[in-house]
Design a protein around this ligand. Structure first.
Ligand SMILES: *[C@@H]1O[C@H](CO)[C@@H](O)[C@H](O)[C@H]1NC(C)=O
Ligand SMILES: *[C@@H]1O[C@H](CO)[C@@H](O)[C@H](O)[C@H]1NC(C)=O
Length: 198
């Protein structure tokens, strides 16, 4: 009351643009945050699932430490999301025996729709791949015993598509271990569930 009106006005004019800006900025941040949260809750991304459903080896030949054979796997991938489809822009599959890569191949890019199961056929022939003498001996024993323990690792670059929006690339890593392949091939294959990470 004691203050002259003019002084009050000047003070108000000086602080208000800054305060207003801060309030608007804060409101915008909260709104954007809320929008992201609501979208996230609406989509609720669920983990992609992987398993190896079939596996067999043909034309097996181990000559000294040199392995020749054809690897066949049916890899099953399930996209459990009903709002997001997946673009696989790049995918590499590697087969390991006792930590050593024995076979590897790329899978052509593909698009996986929502709630979709896709079976990927992996077939790769290797010729005279050199194993360590230790692994070669182990493989001989396993083969005689009727089953070989392998590991399969998959690396992929994926994007999710939600509505019209595509997300950034994610690095997908899949580990299927152990994948037990039978010799001879008439025994039932034991399906292997894989660990998925991205
Ligand atoms: C095994 O390898 C040797 C050379 O390392 C080759 O001379 C021979 O023909 C191979 N045998 C078979 C059955 O492939
Ligand atoms: C999954 O998607 C692929 C590619 O679009 C399609 O060929 C396949 O039939 C779909 N599978 C199922 C079970 O709908």
């Amino acid at each position: 009351m004691a203050l002259p009106r003019t002084t009050q006005n000047t003070t108000a004019k000086k602080t208000s643009p800054i305060t207003l800006c801060a309030i608007i900025c804060l409101a915008l941040i909260v709104l954007v945050g809320l929008a992201i949260l609501i979208t996230w809750l609406a989509i609720k991304p669920k983990k992609i699932q992987y398993s190896v459903d079939e596996g067999w080896i043909r034309d097996y030949n181990l000559n000294n430490s040199h392995l020749t054979s054809t690897f066949n796997f049916v890899i099953r991938t399930y996209n459990p999301n009903n709002k997001a489809s997946i673009y696989y822009d790049k995918m590499d599959v590697k087969v390991y025996y006792r930590g050593q890569t024995v076979s590897s191949d790329g899978i052509l890019p593909f698009h996986q729709p929502k709630k979709n199961v896709t079976r990927l056929m992996y077939q790769n022939t290797i010729k005279d791949v050199m194993l360590s003498s230790d692994s070669a001996q182990h493989l001989k024993l396993e083969r005689t015993g009727g089953q070989v323990d392998l590991d399969i690792k998959i690396k992929a670059k994926i994007r999710f598509k939600v509505g019209l929006l595509k997300t950034r690339h994610y690095k997908l890593k899949v580990l299927c271990s152990p994948v037990v392949v039978n010799f001879p091939n008439d025994k039932r294959f034991q399906k292997t569930d894989c660990d998925v990470d991205y």
